[in-house]
Structures are given as C-alpha cells and as structure tokens.
Design a protein around this ligand. Structure first.
Ligand code: X2X
Length: 346
C-alpha cells in the first residue's frame, strides 16, 4: 500500500515535471540569440521599413524571445539578390521580406506578377495577393521549402532613362536598360527593341551613374529613396507594366524550432507589418493627384503619362512575351489570375 502510494506520487511528480519541461518554451536551449532577416533595401525605403516593422512587432509580441536583425543590401549573399531564395531554403538566411522578381528564377510561378500589363491597377494586385491566387502561390512556396506568412509590396515598376522621353516602343530602340532577376525581363525589353542587361541592384546604381546603362525600371518609392534623378534618370514614363509584391517568409527549420504560440505571434506580426508596409509603399501614388509624382517632377524629371492608345501600343508589342511566359508560369494559374482581376472591386 505504502509502495503503491509512493509510486503514484512519483508518477505524478514525473508527469508534472515532464509537463513543466514541455510547457517551458524551447527558448533557453533552442532559440538563437539573433535571427537574420534579408532585405534588398533598408528602412529608408518602404520595403526595408516593412522588415523593420516586422522585427519590432515580433520582438514586442514575444517579449524578446525572438530577436531579429536586419541585413539590407542582401549582404548575407554578397548582394546577389537572385540567390536569396536558395539561401533561405538552405538556412544561410533565416527570414526575408523578398520580391517575387528576385525569387522567380527558383519559383517560376512568381513570374506571374511580371507578365507585362497583367495588373492594370492596385485593386488588381490586391485581387491576386489577397485572393485564391495568393493562397495558391503560398502553397507553392511552402512546397518549395519555406514558410510564407504575409504579402507586402515593392510597387509598380515605371520606366526611367537618361536620354529622352519614351512614349512609344520605338522610343526604346537601342536604349541600354538595366533589368533584374528573371529572363522574362530580358524577353520583354528585347521584344520592345531595347538593349537590356541583367544586373543586381547594387551594380545598377554605379552603372547608371557612369552611363554604362541608360535606364532602368523600378517603383517610384525606390526612385526617390535612391535619388535616381542624381544618376541621370531625367525621363520617367508611367506605364505601369508590372508590379512586384513582397513576401514575408521564414526558413522552415527555424519556423519548426519555435513553439506553436510563438509561430502564431510571428505570423500575426507579419500580417500586420505587411498591411502597414503596403500603405507606405503606395503613399503619394494612390491618392488623387499622385503627390509623389509632383515631388519627382520638382527634381527636374520629365514625367510622361501615356494616353490609353499609347499604352495600348506597349501592351500589343509585349503580347507575344505574355503568351510565351503564360505557359512557363502555368496556364491554369494565369487564367485564374485573369479571372480574379476581371472580377475585382475597383
Ligand atoms: O533590383 C531591383 O530593381 C529591386 C530593388 O527592385 C528588386 O530587388 C526587385
């Protein structure tokens, strides 16, 4: 009797002990003192700001259990942004807020957003990222070995150059244009008669400054924060041909090393940061009169808006590329995207 009571007491104590160990977050043993968050550009840009907001929210929500350090300039991979996705998967990078363009060499579905003139307005981007297409792409990323948590936005990529006003595809003829990431960009600019060369963002700025290239395409928030008017970019064409969303993502092993409760906090922080970040990225562009464009014009930049007919000439000229890449992205995904955009609330 006494023995049985002792055994029972022992078992209860052991259970309590096991429970206590289990309930204690793995923090002390398994959590790293610092998690490395990769970004192409830092907090002076809306993109990097999104990373900073995420890091701060995570630190707060987890009472410092998860401590994130920012690595702008994709410095963990020596500035080679097209390797970011592989590095994430391999654990060289713990987390990232990355552009769909930079990951598209590894995840071909992400080229969806770079199909020329697929998304006519912000509502079209939202119809994709906030709808079923966004869910399908997250499932693809998950299969590719990372944990996607939320969408952000780099923005509509407008065309700039140092030579002259561009209003027609013919105006692009022979212009040396720096492009990034996927071969789709080379195809698009070659088809338009330009002379595209692929290089990293780090290399692009000196190449623009020296005149090694004449032009580039990037969102207006990148143009202003990087002061591209100071490297000869005096002519801006608002053509809205593609936009690159950002994805808030975590390496799978890192994710699995966190307690379920902490994972939920990190996810919530990413969703909140993503919403805020999109607001910052669109600032000055989605309100009446587009005040950011007035600021850019005041810097001495000639801002060209295309008439619907002028824009249509670019749409027609790039249609063969759209059709060719529709197959590479996946016809089902592109069809679903086209449907979602047609049904969007404006
Ligand atoms: O390299 C670019 O053009 C940039 C900064 O927009 C990206 O990383 C996609």
């Amino acid at each position: 009797m006494k023995l049985r009571r002792t055994l029972l007491a022992f078992a209860a104590a052991a259970t309590a002990l096991a429970g206590a160990t289990f309930a204690l977050p793995a923090a002390a043993q398994n959590y790293k003192s610092e998690y490395r968050l990769s970004l192409v550009v830092g907090p002076a840009f809306p993109w990097g700001k999104g990373g900073e907001i995420w890091a701060n929210k995570v630190r707060e929500k987890t009472n410092g259990r998860i401590n994130i350090k920012l690595y702008p300039g994709v410095s963990l991979i020596q500035g080679d942004q097209t390797r970011e996705f592989s590095a994430l998967r391999q654990g060289v990078i713990d987390m990232a807020v990355g552009s769909t363009i930079n990951w598209s060499p590894q995840v071909k579905q992400l080229n969806l957003f770079s199909l020329p003139f697929l998304m006519p307005d912000y509502a079209a981007i939202d119809a994709l990222t906030q709808g079923q297409v966004g869910k399908d792409i997250f499932a693809t990323l998950e299969k590719a070995g990372v944990v996607p948590l939320a969408w952000g936005e780099n923005g509509y990529r407008e065309l700039t150059n140092s030579k002259h006003v561009v209003k027609t595809p013919a105006d692009l003829k022979g212009l040396k244009i720096r492009v990034v990431g996927s071969p789709l960009f080379l195809d698009t600019f070659t088809t338009l008669g330009a002379n595209p060369t692929q290089m990293s963002w780090a290399d692009a700025q000196p190449a623009l400054a020296s005149g090694a290239v004449d032009g580039q395409e990037n969102p207006m928030s990148i143009f202003t924060a990087a002061k591209l008017h100071t490297v000869g970019q005096k002519y801006l064409t608002m053509w809205g041909y593609v936009a690159d969303p950002l994805v808030f993502v975590v390496n799978k092993e890192i994710w699995n090393s966190w307690t379920p409760a902490d994972r939920e906090l990190v996810r919530q922080a990413a969703i909140e940061a993503g919403k805020e970040q999109i607001g910052i990225a669109r600032k000055g562009m989605n309100e009446p009169g587009q005040p950011l464009l007035k600021d850019i014009a005041a810097m001495g930049v000639t801002v060209t808006h295309l008439t619907p007919a002028e824009r249509d000439a670019f749409v027609k000229a790039t249609r063969p590329i759209y059709d060719k890449w529709k197959g590479q992205v996946g016809a089902d995904l592109v069809n679903a995207a086209e449907k979602a955009i047609a049904a969007r609330k404006k």
